[in-house]
Design a protein around this ligand. Structure first.
Ligand code: XMP
Length: 527
């Protein structure tokens, strides 16, 4: 295994991800782990150590601390950015400090033929120098190599951008191989963990399940765990994983707020409870939610009510489980980054997001977040490895407040029922329509698609009669990060079919429109 020591960089998880992509098992631990811990790791087959970068530019010589034992275990060590500087300093080199730090694209000249960089380059200069296109962070930098090291990479503004001690297999890079902007980053990290550390590169998702199960067992012992199930991918995968680890010691509370998609509640019960045997308390709280939402038209007020009611219902159920010691959540890595960003005040709250997690602190439960280090696509792979069906694991995201933010203005059960049916038709047709060019369904070609209920009436004609009914808007977007999004160019015949079916099959809706707004300036959801 590979040990990643974390010095607080926001991209440390990316290192783990790249190592996993190279098929090697790794664990992230705090940068100041004890000597006992390191010795234990060594006895468990530790093959190499990666020292992460750090987020702060406000460190100095006194704050640089990598446990000295790291350099005495006889395993290869790769220092990234801060990790390289710490390595340089602790092994007798010099670092110059600066409170000014720059991040950006750089072209790095790769010197010589180190085991780490041999044959890895993006292009060659006319003079024959191998060059790498990288994401660099400089400011503080190594100014003098420690004994035994040779220069491995440089740029004009950072003359020591990489260093290597090939005898001890210690390497340092000032740039970030873990980010995608560093084109050959994956190759570099694979080279380190597979070729230099000698890991097999055969680790995969089923192995991850085994390891994650063992970790959960170790963490919670014989304690009981409760989990708020939303029906979404993350909480479902977390439930399946924890269930695999501790079986009936896990109880899921599934709060049905009456704002779920058609048959969603049934599906969750079928897949998780009936097929996998997960303990689920299914609380039908539709009446309670509808009551609280009655007459409330303001989007933020609606979100707050749904969030608050959710906590209340969940808390009531959780309170009944006196022996529960842990609250499990399907927090995934992007959530961790996002909440870190909002804590630093950088993120502006456009909408108050509500998730199943992050809620009842008053319950006095310890947090269990087994997906905390995974990215969405890894969570999906994990779900498949755990036996969850493809259609559940690869579902479009669905917001915590559910249809509550897809019924504009005041929410009514009548509206929710109409919307559910229209939405189901839209999704069914997206799944059934295959794009001939790519061979993929339009459901897979869109990142998120749904119907929105507009509580306005328009005039129509049906048969010989006049109708005066509601409008439904179709929304379908393509995006990779949900921060920006384009409206999807759905084929006209598909739109025609969906519109025809909704108007014919859902009595109460006589007009369908397609939303052609991108984000920004529009958002994906309408509220
Ligand atoms: P917007 O509408 O802000 O949405 O462009 C971006 C993504 O976030 C989802 N979304 C939410 N997800 N709780 C969630 O868990 C929420 O309160 C919430 N509001 C929006 C939205 O569906 C889209 O994927």
């Amino acid at each position: 295994r590979i040990l990643i020591l974390d010095y607080g960089s926001q991209v440390t998880q990316l290192i783990a991800r790249r190592v996993r992509e190279a098929g090697v098992y790794c664990e992230i631990h705090p940068g100041d782990v004890s000597e006992e811990f390191l010795k234990e790791q060594q006895s468990q087959g530790l093959k190499g150590i990666i020292l992460s970068g750090s987020h702060s530019s406000a460190y100095d010589e006194s704050s640089l601390k990598v446990p000295a034992l790291v350099f005495e275990l006889g395993v290869p060590v790769l220092g990234i950015c801060y990790g390289m500087q710490a390595m340089a300093l602790q092994l007798g080199g010099k670092v110059s400090w600066s409170d000014h730090r720059e991040f950006g694209y750089a072209e790095v000249r790769a010197h010589g033929h180190t085991a780490l960089l041999k044959g890895i380059q993006d292009f060659e200069t006319p003079e024959g120098h191998g060059m790498l296109k990288v994401w660099m962070s400089h400011g503080d930098k190594v100014t003098e190599l420690p004994e035994g090291f040779k220069l491995m990479a440089s740029t004009p503004s950072c003359p020591i951008a990489g260093m290597a001690d090939e005898q001890r297999h210690f390497y340092g890079v000032q740039f970030h191989p873990e980010v995608t902007h560093t084109i050959k980053g994956q190759a570099l990290l694979s080279r380190f963990v597979v070729d230099i550390c000698g890991c097999e590169g055969d680790w995969n998702m089923p192995d991850y399940v085994t390891e994650a199960v063992a970790r959960i067992r170790e963490q919670v012992g014989d304690d009981e765990v409760i989990l708020g199930l939303s029906g979404g991918v993350d909480s479902s995968v977390a439930a399946a994983l924890i269930h695999k680890a501790i079986g009936d010691k896990l109880t899921c509370v599934f709060v049905d707020h009456g704002l779920l998609r058609l048959n969603e509640g049934k599906q969750v019960m079928e897949v998780l409870h009936e097929n996998l045997g997960v303990n689920i308390v299914h609380v039908n709280a539709e009446a309670k939610f509808m009551g609280e939402l009655e007459g409330v038209a303001d989007p933020e007020a609606k979100r707050k009510i749904i969030g608050r009611e959710f906590v209340e219902v969940f808390q009531e159920e959780a309170g009944k489980r006196k022996d529960a010691k842990w609250l499990a959540q399907g927090t995934i890595y992007p959530d961790v980054i996002e909440s870190a960003a909002s804590k630093t005040g950088k993120a502006v709250a456009i909408k108050s997001h509500h998730n199943v997690g992050g809620l009842p602190e008053t319950l006095n439960l310890k947090l269990l977040e087994p997906l905390r280090e995974l990215f969405k696509d890894e969570v999906r792979e994990l779900g498949i490895a755990l036996g969850l069906p493809h259609h559940m694991v690869y579902r479009h995201p669905f917001p915590g407040p559910g249809l509550g933010v897809r019924i504009l203005g005041a929410v009514k059960k009548e509206y929710a029922d109409l919307l559910r049916r229209a939405d189901a038709i839209f999704i069914e047709e997206l799944r059934n329509t295959i794009d001939p060019e790519t061979g993929r369904s339009w459901y897979d070609l869109t990142s998120q698609a749904f119907a929105v209920f507009l509580p306005v009436k328009s005039v129509g004609v049906m048969g010989d009669g006049r109708t005066y009914d509601y409008v439904v808007a179709l929304r379908a977007v393509q995006t990779s990060d949900f921060m920006t999004a384009d409206w999807a160019p759905l084929p006209y015949p598909l739109l025609a079919k969906v519109s025809g079916r909704i108007i014919n099959e859902v009595r109460g809706i006589n007009r369908v429109v397609y939303d052609v707004s991108s984000k920004p300036p529009a958002t994906i959801e309408w509220e």
